[in-house]
Design a protein. Structure first.
Length: 123
């Protein structure tokens, strides 16, 4: 039995009005005329291969790439999903610099002197 590909919709889906959470759409569903639920939810592969149940994410939202991932185990190799895109952490700001920027911002604002004194005490 060949492995099937489906898009598993999450709560953050852009098309949540058309595709509720935990619903599935297949490639044929999305190619139908009039289908409006375009979203970027991940595509998953599922099915039975050599008596073993397979269910996992392909880590892609593109159907062509998902087909390549799903065809690999049918050809005899293991499922190899592409690694997720690396997330670059935001630049860190030192606490002293953040406090100085906050105080500069507060001093330029029109606030009471007692409030400004309390901010200095707090920081």
């Amino acid at each position: 039995m060949p492995l099937s590909l489906y898009r598993r919709h999450r709560l953050e889906s852009e098309a949540k009005a058309l595709d509720p959470e935990d619903s599935r759409t297949y490639e044929a569903d999305e190619k139908r005329k009039g289908y409006q639920g375009r979203c970027r939810c991940l595509i998953h592969v599922g099915g039975t291969l050599n008596g073993r149940r397979i269910r996992q994410s392909t880590n892609t939202t593109d159907w062509e790439q998902a087909h390549k991932v799903a065809d690999a185990p049918q050809a005899g190799s293991a499922i190899v999903t592409p690694p997720p895109e690396p997330v670059t952490p935001p630049a860190r700001v030192a606490i002293g610099d953040a406090c100085a920027a906050f105080m500069t911002n507060r001093e330029s604002a029109q606030i009471a002197s007692t409030t400004l004194r309390k901010y200095r005490t707090l920081l």
